[in-house]
Design a protein around this ligand. Structure first.
Ligand SMILES: Cc1ncc(COP(=O)(O)O)c(C=O)c1O
Length: 370
């Protein structure tokens, strides 16, 4: 049976992008690379991504539930739970499976200490103690950091503590906040006795010139073939880093119409034909994860040619201008993004981040792994 909508996931491209992440990370002295595959590998498939990313030293997921799904899929790699404990019951599973855990608040520390001080663990835990160096989201304040880190290191239930932070603006490398965050981090690092294991950059930090030298890099979006930087900065697009598209999203043309100047296309007259036009109807909509706010002219490819959407996105249909693609026929596939059309370009046009676009591809879409 032919697919109405399909997402083809190129696992070789994923592996290729990981090798790029490895190369750039090594420029930051980061010998270890944690592949961030949370949120179902940014919508690409958790298990398939994990199997393909054999070279990664560790996998980063959001919560214990995702960690468990990944563990059950058979991976033997360490798994890091990036949001740490959501509920104290999570700790049982963390201990049982020896998950690594981000600890980002004193209340999480108290829960961990209350429970684990009374137990003798088969294997002590690796904790990633997060500092809020300026993101204003998760993490201990710099003032509390060094003392908490030292205390944690001496606990019997702890194997090692990774010193981590997350940069808010590394996709805007010129932002002063990067300098401030790195200063905070280095200051606390300097207060710790002995060499500690550190982790700073996500994709944008890895690919930028920021001084983020550390032991562990944590790439996410770049693994999926997206540039984390502003699409308008042509020198920072995915191809400049050698990144390859992992997801190609395609859908079928199900109708082609000859419309006259002044004719309406779709709901709420978002598009009125400015001249006589050929318009195709492609069977994909917001129920498939295509962004409902896509404006007229959002790029897509038909028959190897770039064209644009016309009219408002429906639940499972969009209109597309086929006036300059006379060979297009019902049954052909249109490409919404992929190897020939960067998801980053669609993101720039719609104002929906590439992260959001791939994460949103719906379950009813047929996924194929190539
Ligand atoms: C703590 C942490 N590290 C790394 C990443 C990966 O970021 P990116 O996908 O921008 O590479 C994320 C993603 O949100 C994160 O929260």
């Amino acid at each position: 049976m032919l697919n109405r909508v399909q997402a083809s996931i190129d696992l070789k491209a994923l592996q290729h992008n990981f090798s790029i992440a490895r190369r750039y990370s090594s420029l930051k002295k980061a010998a270890r690379v944690a592949a961030v595959i949370k949120a179902n590998a940014y919508g690409h498939g958790l298990e398939q991504a994990a199997n393909a990313l054999d070279e990664a030293e560790l996998f980063g997921v959001t919560d214990v539930r995702e960690a468990l799904t990944l563990k059950k899929s058979g991976t033997d790699k360490p798994i890091l739970v990036l949001q740490g404990l959501i509920h104290e019951d999570d700790l049982k599973l963390v201990v049982e499976h020896n998950f690594q855990l981000v600890v980002h608040s004193t209340s999480q520390l108290a829960t961990i200490d209350d429970t684990l001080s009374k137990l003798t663990l088969k294997a002590p835990l690796t904790l990633w103690l997060k500092m809020d160096s300026g993101m204003g989201r998760l993490g201990l304040s710099p003032q509390d950091y060094a003392a908490t880190y030292q205390a944690l290191q001496n606990k019997t239930y702890v194997d090692s503590v990774v010193m981590m932070t997350h940069l808010a603006n590394s996709s805007m490398p010129e932002s002063m906040l990067n300098t401030q965050q790195l200063q905070e981090f280095r200051q606390q690092e300097g207060q710790l006795q002995g060499k500690c294991i550190t982790s700073i950059p996500s994709s944008s930090g890895i690919l930028s010139e920021l001084p983020v030298d550390c032991d562990w890099a944590r790439p996410g979006i770049m693994l999926y073939g997206s540039s984390p930087f502003n699409f308008n900065e042509a020198h920072l697009r995915r191809e400049q880093f050698g990144l390859q598209a992992v997801m190609t999203l395609q859908a079928r043309i199900i109708a082609i119409k000859a419309l006259k100047k002044g004719d309406n296309v779709g709901y709420c007259s978002q598009f009125i034909c400015p001249q006589d036009m050929t318009v195709g109807i492609v069977s994909i909509g917001y129920a498939d994860g295509y962004p409902s706010n896509a404006p007229n002219g959002t790029p897509l490819m038909v028959g190897g040619k770039k064209t644009g959407t016309v009219g408002r996105v429906s639940m499972d249909m969009i209109g597309v201008d086929l006036s300059d693609i006379p060979d297009a026929k019902v049954g052909d596939l249109a490409t919404l993004w992929g190897a020939d059309l960067s998801v980053d370009e669609v993101a720039a046009k719609t104002g929906i981040l590439s992260y959001n676009l791939t994460c949103s591809v719906a379950r009813r879409v047929a996924f194929e792994y190539i």
